[in-house]
Each structure stands twice: as structure tokens, then as C-alpha cells.
Write a new protein. Structure first.
Length: 354
């Protein structure tokens, strides 16, 4: 591994610190290097806040290294932005500080940027290099890239099944399958995704909260498919504790101006879809319009199999507990490529990608 790669790896490591806090923005890290040493570093910490480059420049100034900027290389995990959004453009900041070289892992697929940031840097006489550890950058921001390339959220299917392949007991009765450590892991995942989706039957049977209780993090947006609005108002999804969207045939309310995950309006939002074979596509299109970049689909079997059948998934995370139910509701069939596995106490997690 050469020196450039080492610094970019550090930038990617920094970017990870923004997981669960910056969507619909990407996770970005920045490392400033002069005279063979890091003089400043930063990452995008929260949605609406300063970007990674801003934090890195501020860090370098705080360390007393501002005079070194004309000798500095900036390692940035994503093309610096070139437009005014919630913050000023980062490409202009690097030009203003007279940074001499910028190395990026990935170009930005956002049409508001899409090469303009790199052009702005080159036009200012800054040496620009692209594609360093690009595959690692793509993996880091796979939700962000999927959102812009496929025009839908990144979809993760998650379920727990018994050792003999059942997701629930006979009659659909829910039974605890995974252990407490797996529960903590799932709650960490919930905090990393924008939304969590379940169907009507799971909501009725389990009365889930769909929040983050066993791990520090931000609650996801609750997404529930209830076509005829038949769920009783006494269920936890109506407790006004976090943003909630009900997809149905009957009723629609106006979406918020902010991404729902950051909205303080916890009244249930209703989004109307039309009956048909493309109902999941309608739901995903609406979530895309609401800037929801990732969805964790937690069931039940009918919903999970519908996503699998439609080819609307990117990852599967399956937990197999040690118990045997003997009969009940069969777990969905697993497809895709096995990319890893992990034992968490007596639970076996397997991970698949399309």
C-alpha cells in the first residue's frame, strides 16, 4: 500500500463516523497532508452541518498549520460539492485556501455536483486525481449511490428464523427466535438506516415499536403497509413517538418539507397508492421523493417474499436461532450471493448480496 492509499484509508475511516447521522447526504471524510504528515482531518458529522472539508480545514487552522495550505494535498472520499445547499460549496473552500492537490475516491452521482466540483478545482489550477480506493468508497456509500443510480432507496431484508426454517409458530404466532445480543445488533442497524418497513399482519401480530431502544442512535422512519387502513389506533405505531408513514389505498396527507427522519412532526403521514402489481414500486418511488435513502424491511414473510420476487433488494441479513419450531410460517427463500457469516452466541447470521 502506498502513502496516498494510507491517507485515503484514514479518510474512509473518518467518514464511517457519520453513519446514521448524515443521510440523505453521503458519509465523507477528509484528510489534509503537508510535509508528509497529517495537518488536519474531519468528517461530515450530521445532516445540515458542515461538510468534511470544512471540519478538516478548521482542524488544521486550530493546529496552527494554515500557512501550509499551499503545500497541502486533500484526500477526500467523495468529490467536493460545488453548489450551495445547506452549506457553501466545499470545492470553493479548497480553492480559497489554496490547496494544491486533491485526491478523491469517488465522483459524486448527485446531478447537482456530478463532476462540477472537480472541474471547479481544475479550473483553479489544482491538481485533481480520481478513483483512489474507489471500490471501498462505493461500498461505504452504497446507499447514496443506489439512491441516485437506481432512483430508489437501498433495501435490506432482515429476518430471524428457527433452525428448521420457520419465521413464526403455527397460526402466525410470534415467538422470540434471536438472542439478546442479536437484538442489540438489529437495533444498531435500525439506527443506521433511514426507514424500517413492515406489513399489516406483522404490525397487528407483534405490535412493534420499530424504534432504537437497545442501542444509542436515531429512530428510523416507520413505514407500514396497511392498504385499507384497518389497523387499530391503539397500536404502538400510532404513539406519535417518531415519524411514521402509512401506505394505503384511501388517504393522503402532504409530505413534510424536511426529510422525515429529521422532522419534529410525529403525526402519522398517509401516502396513497393504487391497487396493482406495482405497489412496492409505488412505495419506493414515494420514499425516494421523500429523500429516504435506505429501508430495513423486517417482515413478515409475505412482505419479504414480495420484495424478493420483485427483485427489489440489495442485501439480505438472516438470523438462524437454535430452536426448532416443528411447524409454522416458513421463512422466505434466500437468494443472491453469500458474502459472509457471523456467530453471535448461539445465533448464526448469514449475509447475502444481489
Amino acid at each position: 500500500m502506498n502513502t496516498d492509499e494510507e491517507y485515503m484509508q484514514r479518510a474512509l475511516q473518518l467518514a464511517e463516523y457519520g453513519r446514521g447521522s448524515v443521510s440523505p447526504n453521503p458519509m465523507v471524510g477528509c484528510v489534509l497532508v503537508a510535509d508528509g504528515r497529517i495537518i488536519g482531518e474531519g468528517w461530515h458529522r450530521n445532516y445540515g452541518g458542515p461538510h468534511a472539508e470544512v471540519h478538516a480545514v478548521r482542524d488544521a487552522i486550530a493546529r496552527g498549520h494554515e500557512a501550509l495550505f499551499p503545500l497541502t494535498t486533500a484526500y477526500v472520499t467523495l468529490e467536493p460539492c460545488s453548489h450551495y445547499g445547506k452549506t457553501p460549496p466545499c470545492a470553493a473552500l479548497l480553492v480559497h485556501q489554496k490547496i494544491t492537490r486533491v485526491v478523491v475516491a469517488n465522483d459524486d452521482p448527485n446531478p447537482l455536483v456530478a463532476g462540477r466540483g472537480l472541474t471547479l478545482l481544475r479550473d483553479a489550477g489544482i491538481q485533481v486525481e480520481r478513483g483512489l480506493l474507489a471500490e471501498m468508497g462505493q461500498k461505504l456509500n452504497r446507499r447514496f449511490f443506489t439512491f441516485f443510480t437506481k432512483k430508489r432507496p437501498y433495501i435490506i431484508l432482515k429476518w430471524a428464523e428457527s433452525a428448521d426454517g420457520f419465521i413464526a409458530a403455527a397460526g402466525g404466532k410470534p415467538v422470540p427466535i434471536s438472542n439478546k445480543y442479536s437484538t442489540q445488533l438489529v437495533h444498531r442497524w435500525r439506527g443506521e438506516e433511514d426507514a424500517i418497513l413492515v406489513g399489516r399482519q406483522t404490525t397487528l401480530s407483534d405490535n412493534p415499536s420499530l424504534n432504537v431502544r437497545h442501542w444509542p442512535g436515531t429512530n428510523p422512519v416507520r413505514v407500514v403497509l396497511d392498504r385499507r387502513l384497518s389497523l387499530p389506533q391503539s397500536l404502538r405505531i400510532f404513539d406519535a413517538s417518531q415519524p411514521t408513514i402509512l401506505y394505503n389505498y384511501l388517504k393522503r396527507t402532504d409530505p413534510p418539507t424536511l426529510p422525515e427522519r429529521y422532522s419534529n412532526n410525529f403525526e402519522v403521514a398517509f401516502s396513497q397508492i393504487k391497487p396493482g402489481n406495482d405497489e412496492l414500486d409505488q412505495v419506493l418511488s414515494d420514499l425516494y421523493a421523500r429523500k429516504i435513502q435506505s429501508v430495513l424491511v423486517e417482515g413478515g414473510t409475505t412482505i419479504l417474499e414480495a420484495f424478493v420476487k420483485a427483485g427489489l433488494w440489495d442485501e439480505i441479513r438472516r438470523c438462524q436461532g437454535p430452536m426448532r419450531l416443528g411447524s409454522g410460517v416458513k421463512a422466505p427463500a434466500v437468494g443472491g450471493t453469500l458474502v459472509g457469516s457471523e456467530n453471535i452466541d448461539d445465533d448464526l447470521w448469514t449475509f447475502y448480496q444481489r
